[in-house]
Design a protein around this ligand. Structure first.
Ligand code: PEP
Ligand code: MG
Length: 662
């Protein structure tokens, strides 16, 4: 039994989606292989699967042989076709392990203050987790395990293989105990579970057993097999996969220690605020260390996507990794200062550096705490007009963070994810329930849902996209929706149904012509008439447009006569005004919303809105830029929508700004 498909899993079969795919495969009795190009590997080995390097949009086949072959192929194909497999609990499989978000956050944006060098000199590594640390050095340099390369006699081979198998079982039990303990955070648990899978993976096991069969002692065999597999990971042209080499080496070390009856030095005695310094540290060791006490992590190995970096970022611990040989300068050091924004490490900082770090660390902690006071602030202009500080969201899972931050409604709900995460187009019922839940979550504020904004560069199941030379200038957003009314009408009907909650608003993306609005209105009227005829409860919603094309700016006066509000999408507006692709790093300096040309476009749209007496807000990234906010307020914007993390700082800035202006 064999079937092919195109992989839709976001970012392909990386660590966690791969681990869950393997767990799903292992649930079937049949032998199951995944085939990519000429290569076929067992679908029951995470390591082999990861080494196959299956990426999003790759074509692969699933081949199964056994009693439940049909079920296995069906389930695995369904998994591969679901963009959120491995991310969502229960997506395409019945998961048994808690799993942290699949995509580890990128290292935090370097802010202007933190990026100024905090001290001259020092050594540099990879800025892997933002923040500043200053504290005593806790050097953790466990002894290296050197392979004895002992040659076994023929009758020693079978017992040695058993010794190896027993060591794996003991290590798994140890990892299981650790996973079952209360001390570990859910997110770290997922990482440790992935390491445990590597420990029991067929790839490492088979290679090690083959080496023992060849007469090598177990410890040397594990080291040889794991080094080979680690090298294979490093050869992959992918930083995330290459970081798995470190996981492989770290788990091999644990197997060797188990074989030798030894334990790595524990990190339990780390003093408060200490900087943990190591040549390399296993993610498992770090996960079970007293993380609350850590002031920072510095390692010779590792990069921004290694598990150590992920754990550090999750716990807000500053980290500088990949220092190489330079890490040895810290072996005997007493104190270190680290800057996780820039990757700088100062060994034995002098009094001036220490004072500067102390001041900045204290200021950052105080600022974060103090910002909480702004959660419920309602910024108002002197004339009483409220400035809405709203949230940009992509799914219902993000609602809680927005509420906790004090979001005054939703300025942009991107509906794309709803369409991308399913194998089929989402049903009207499912969409109606999602939009209604969103509206109910912010009963006292407007909730703006944007209709589907999908382009040729992001396929969704159920829509054939043409090959396009310039997808950003192509069949996307409202253009596609008006051509595919079968899809658009389902969304509009769902929105009309959710509009029984009076706070729902709807916004159209990529508008460049008033006709697009008029045609949408005709469809809305059609949908409303259909729903009434069917006896389905529905309401009405204010209709707005995004201002994100130059045509919308120049045609803003005409558009303003057709709609109830504007929301400026500076992400696209900047790329179209500046003719600088928002995804192309070589034109990044031109792609700046602060450019006078972009600001002039924003002002022109704002003027058109005010002349027509309609509301204007902004939901592009620039809405949270503290350097531009005063200008946007001066231009007359009354709503700024942003990621929940920026809300409190923006509320603070606005309340100070508006107070001074009053
Ligand atoms: C924008 O273009 O500014 C915007 C908010 O939309 P998106 O980033 O989803 O294209
Ligand atoms: Mg846009």
């Amino acid at each position: 039994m064999e079937r092919s498909t195109i992989v839709r899993v976001q970012d392909g079969l990386h660590a966690r989606p791969a681990t869950r795919f393997v767990r799903l495969a292992k649930g079937f009795e049949s032998d199951v292989e995944i085939v990519k190009g000429e290569k076929a590997v067992s679908a029951k080995s995470s390591v082999k699967l990861m080494l196959l390097g299956v990426k999003e949009n790759d074509e692969v086949s699933i081949r199964a042989d056994g009693a439940d072959a049909i079920e296995a192929v069906d389930a695995l194909i369904a998994y591969l076709e679901n963009p959120l497999s491995g991310v969502e609990e229960g997506a395409g499989e019945s998961a048994t392990q808690p799993v942290p978000p699949q995509k580890e956050p990128a290292p935090k944006k370097v802010d202007a203050e933190a990026s100024t060098p905090v001290a001259d000199g020092g050594i540099h590594g990879v800025a892997a987790s933002a923040g500043l640390g200053l504290g005593p050095v806790f050097a953790h340099f466990p002894q290296q395990i050197v392979p004895a390369n002992k040659t076994l006699s023929a009758d020693e081979i079978a017992p040695e293989k058993k010794r190896f198998e027993d060591a794996i079982v003991r290590l798994q039990e140890k990892l299981d105990r650790s996973l079952a303990s209360d001390g570990m955070q859910e997110s770290d648990r997922g990482i440790v579970a992935a390491l445990r899978d590597i420990a029991s993976d067929d790839a490492l096991r088979d290679e090690t057993l083959a080496a023992i069969d060849g007469g090598l002692d177990a410890v040397s065999a594990v080291i040889a097999a794991s080094s080979r597999l680690a090298d294979d990971f490093r050869k992959l042209d992918d930083a995330y996969m290459a970081a798995r080499a470190e996981d492989m080496e770290s788990i091999a070390r644990q197997i060797c220690l188990t074989l030798l009856g030894q334990e790595d030095a524990r990190l339990d005695d780390i003093p408060d605020g200490a900087i943990l310094v190591a040549e390399d540290i296993g993610a498992w060791d770090l996960a079970r260390a007293p993380l609350k006490r850590l002031g920072g992590v510095v390692c010779g190995h590792g990069g921004a996507t290694s598990h150590v970096a992920i754990i550090a970022r999750t716990h807000g611990i500053p980290a500088v990794l990949g220092l190489g040989e330079a890490v040895n300068q810290l072996r005997e050091a007493k104190e270190a200062a680290i800057d996780g924004h820039t990757g700088q490490v100062v060994v034995e900082p002098d009094a001036a550096t220490r004072a500067r770090f102390d001041e900045m660390i204290g200021a950052a902690a105080r600022e974060k705490e103090a910002l909480k006071a702004y959660k419920d602030v309602v910024p108002r202009r002197a004339d009483g007009t409220v400035i809405q500080v709203a949230a940009n969201l992509g799914s219902l899972e993000e609602v809680e963070a927005a509420q906790e931050a004090g979001a005054m409604g939703v300025g942009l709900f991107r509906t794309e994810l709803l369409f991308m995460r399913h194998m089929h187009l989402p049903s009207e019922d499912m969409q109606a329930e999602t939009y209604a839940e969103l509206a109910r979550a912010f009963p006292d504020h407007p909730v703006i849902v944007r209709t589907l904004d999908i382009g040729g560069d992001k396929p969704i199941s159920g829509v054939e996209f043409p090959e396009e030379e310039n997808p950003f200038l192509g069949w996307r957003g409202i253009r596609m929706c008006l051509d595919r009314t079968d899809i658009f009408k389902v969304q509009l009907r769902a929105l009309l149904r959710a509009a029984v909650h009076g706070n729902l608003r709807v916004m159209l993306p990529m508008v460049s012509d008033v006709e697009e609005v008029r045609r949408t209105r005709t469809l809305i009227d059609e949908c409303a008439a259909e729903l009434k005829a069917e006896g389905v409860a529905c309401g009405e919603f204010p209709l707005g447009v995004m201002i994100e094309t130059p045509a919308a700016v120049f045609g803003a006066a005409a558009l303003a006569r057709e709609v109830s509000f504007f929301s400026i999408g500076t992400n696209d507006l900047t790329q179209y005004v500046m003719a600088a692709d928002r995804l192309n790093p070589s034109v990044a300096s031109l792609n700046d919303a602060a450019h006078p040309a972009v600001m002039a476009a924003v002002e022109q749209a704002a003027k058109a809105a005010m002349d027509a007496g309609i509301e204007i807000g902004m939901c592009g990234e620039a809405a949270a830029r503290s350097d531009l906010i005063p200008e946007f307020i001066r231009m007359g914007l009354t709503e700024l929508s942003m990621s929940p993390a920026s809300i409190q700082a923006t509320k603070k800035q606005l309340s100070e700004l508006l107070e001074t202006a009053a």
